[in-house]
Design a protein around this ligand. Structure first.
Ligand code: HEM
Length: 498
C-alpha cells in the first residue's frame, strides 16, 4: 500500500504542503488505521518531508526534515504544545511530565531532573547488573531444558524491576506478572479509539471503563506501597525528590494526585520503551553474525569476562553504536504529536495556528536523503565521524529540546549494560516460523507477535567469569530487516503489518 492519491496542492494555496486528499469527512483516517507506520513512511516517499493531511476533523502535518524538526522541538518550541493528540495519554497517566505543559510542567521537570543526571544515574549500574543476573540465572535452567523464552515479556519484566529498584528503591518483582497484563490494558485503552462501545452514553459501564478502573486500582496500590516503603527506609533517588517537591508559587508540597500522576508516568514511560528497544536490539544482533562477532570481540577486550560497572560502560564503543543503530531502525516512541499555537512555516510550507504536527522518529530515521540504504542494519552509521557529518535532527529517538526524554541517559545505560551481559552468557536465535510485524498505532514500536527465542548458553562465560570468550558461534537468522523473509513481513520494507 502507498499513501498515494494525487497531490492536493493547487496554485491558490501554493504554500500549503502537499499531501493525500483522503475521503470526505474521514480524510486519511482509513489509511492511518490500516497500517499507521506504512502509511506515514509512504507519505514521506510520495510527498516529501512536509506533508499535509486530514485525519477526521483534524489538519495534521507530518514533518520529517531535520531543520523543520529542529524548529518544532528546539528553535521555536514555545509555539508547539502537546495538543489534542496527546490527550489520550491523560486517561491513564493524568497530569504528569509527559502530558502537561507550561509552568506546571516546568516546575515538575525541574523538581525531578536531578535524579536523571549522568552522575546519579551511573549509581544504578549495580541494580541493572543484579536484576540482569537474576534473569540470566533463570535462563540457564531454561537453556538446559531447551525451553524457549518470550523475549518481550522477559525484557518488560527486567526493565520494570530495574526501574523500580533504581529510582524508587522498591522491589516490584512480586507484582511484575500482574503488571505485564495491566500494561497491555494501558496500551489498549489509550490507543483503541472509535470502538462501538465508546459511542454508548458515558454513564454506561463499558469494558474500557472497567479496564481503566482496574489500571487505577493496581497503580494506586503500587504508589501507596512505594510511598510507604520510602517512609520506612528514606531511600530512592526519585521518590525522595518527589516527596520533597514543592509548588513554586504556594510553597505547598505536591498533592497526592500530583505525586501519583508523576510516579505512574515514570513507571509507564520508563520501562516499556526500554524493553521494546532491548528486544529489537537483541534480535538485530542475532540476525547479523558479523555484528555479533565484533560485539563479542569488544566485550572480551573491554571487560575480559568481567561485569559492566560505572567505569567501563563508556568504553564499550561498538556496543553503543549497535544500540544507536537499533534505536534508528526501531525507535520505540516512533511518533509523537504537537499542536501549533500560532502560525509558522516549516520546510517552506505554511502551518496554520491550531493545526497538529506529527513528528516521527521512525519516518525521519528512514529518510533516504540522510540515510543510505535505510533498511540495512549497520552500526557503522554511528562512528563519531559519521554522526558529525549528518544533520543533528536526522536522528532523534529521544526527542530533543526542553521536552527531550528525561530518561535518555538511563535508557542508554540499561541498553548497553543488558545487551552486554546477555551477550556474555547466551546466544539468541529466533524460533523458525515466528515472524515479526509492527505497524498498529500503539504506544510504542512493539512487535505485534510474541517473540520466542531459543537460548544457547555460552561455555565458560558465566557472569563475572574472567574466562576469555568463546568465538562467536554461527547464528541461524530467521528474521531481520534485510532478510528476504522480513522484506515480506515488515511495514518498513513495505510488507503487510498491523
Ligand atoms: C529507549 C528508551 C526510551 C525512549 C526511546 C524514549 C523516548 C522518549 C521520547 C521520544 C520522548 C519525547 C516525547 C515528546 O517530546 O513528545 C520521551 C519523553 C519522556 N520520557 Fe522517554 N524514552 C525512553 C526511556 C525513558 C525512561 C527510562 C524514562 C524514565 C525512567 C523515560 C521518561 C520519559 C518522560 C517522563 C518523558 C516526558 C519528558 C518531558 O516532557 O518533560 N523515558 N521519551
Amino acid at each position: 500500500m502507498t499513501a498515494t492519491t494525487a497531490p492536493a496542492t493547487t496554485p491558490r494555496d501554493a504554500a500549503r504542503a502537499p499531501g493525500p486528499k483522503g475521503v470526505p469527512l474521514l480524510g486519511s483516517l482509513g489509511s492511518w488505521r490500516r497500517n499507521t507506520a506504512e502509511f506515514l513512511l509512504g507519505l514521506q516517499r510520495d510527498y516529501g518531508e512536509t506533508v499535509r493531511m486530514r485525519l477526521g476533523p483534524m489538519t495534521v502535518h507530518q514533518v520529517t526534515g531535520p531543520d523543520a524538526v529542529q524548529q518544532v522541538l528546539v528553535k521555536n518550541n514555545g509555539n508547539y504544545v502537546r495538543g489534542p493528540l496527546y490527550e489520550q495519554f491523560s486517561v491513564v497517566m493524568g497530569k504528569g511530565l509527559l502530558t502537561s505543559d507550561g509552568d506546571y510542567w516546568r516546575s515538575h521537570r525541574r523538581a525531578v531532573q536531578p535524579a536523571f543526571q549522568k552522575n546519579t544515574i551511573l549509581d544504578i549500574v549495580p541494580n541493572i547488573v543484579t536484576a540482569t543476573n537474576e534473569m540470566l540465572d533463570e535462563w540457564e535452567a531454561k537453556a538446559a531444558r531447551d525451553e524457549p523464552v518470550d523475549l518481550m515479556t522477559e525484557m518488560l519484566r527486567l526493565t520494570l524491576i530495574t526501574l523500580s529498584r533504581s529510582l524508587f528503591a522498591y522491589d516490584i518483582k512480586p507484582s511484575s506478572k500482574v503488571l505485564k497484563h495491566i500494561v497491555d490494558d494501558v496500551v489498549e485503552v489509550m490507543f483503541r479509539r472509535g470502538t462501538p462501545s465508546e459511542m454508548l452514553p458515558s454513564w454506561l459501564p463499558t469494558d474500557r471503563k472497567h479496564k481503566i478502573a482496574r489500571i487505577h486500582r493496581v497503580f494506586d496500590k503500587i504508589v501507596a506501597d512505594v510511598r510507604e516503603n520510602y517512609g520506612r527506609t528514606g531511600e530512592g533517588s526519585l521518590i525522595s525528590l518527589m516527596e520533597q517537591a514543592e509548588d513554586p508559587v504556594t510553597g505547598e508540597p505536591w498533592t497526592d494526585q500530583e505525586l501519583r500522576d508523576e510516579l505512574l508516568t515514570i513507571y509507564l514511560a520508563g520501562h516499556e520503551t526500554t524493553a521494546v528497544s532491548l528486544c529489537w536490539t537483541l534480535l538485530s544482533i542475532a540476525n547479523h553474525p558479523p555484528v555479533q562477532e565484533e560485539l563479542d570481540a569488544e566485550i572480551a577486550q573491554v571487560l575480559g569476562g568481567g561485569l559492566p560497572d560505572r567505569q567501563n560502560t563508556d568504553a564499550l564503543t561498538y556496543t553503543r553504536m549497535v544500540v544507536d543503530e537499533s534505536l534508528r531502525m526501531h525507535p520505540p516512541i516512533w511518533i509523537f504529536p504537537r499542536a501549533a499555537v500560532e502560525a509558522d512555516s516549516l520546510g517552506g510550507y505554511d502551518i496554520e495556528a491550531g493545526s497538529s504536527i506529527l513528528l516521527s522518529p521512525l519516518v525521519s530515521h528512514h529518510n533516504p536523503l540522510h540515510w543510505d540504504n535505510p533498511l540495512a542494519f549497520d552500526p557503522n552509521r554511528f562512528t563519531e565521524q559519521a554522526v558529525k557529518e549528518r544533520p543533528r535532527m536526522a536522528y532523534f529517538p529521544f526527542g530533543a529540546g526542553p521536552r527531550q526524554c528525561i530518561g535518555n541517559t538511563m535508557a542508554l545505560l540499561e541498553l548497553r549494560t543488558i545487551v552486554t551481559m546477555i551477550n556474555q552468557r547466551f546466544k539468541l536465535s529466533m524460533i523458525p516460523g515466528h515472524s515479526l510485524q509492527y505497524g498498529s498505532p500503539v504506544i510504542s514500536l512493539r512487535p505485534l507477535q510474541d517473540v520466542m527465542v531459543r537460548l544457547t548458553a555460552r561455555e565458560g562465560r558465566g557472569a563475572g567469569s574472567r574466562t576469555a570468550p568463546a568465538p562467536a558461534p554461527t547464528v541461524t537468522a530467521t528474521v531481520g530487516h534485510d532478510t528476504a523473509e522480513a522484506a515480506q513481513k515488515c511495514p518498513v520494507t513495505g510488507g503487510s503489518g498491523g
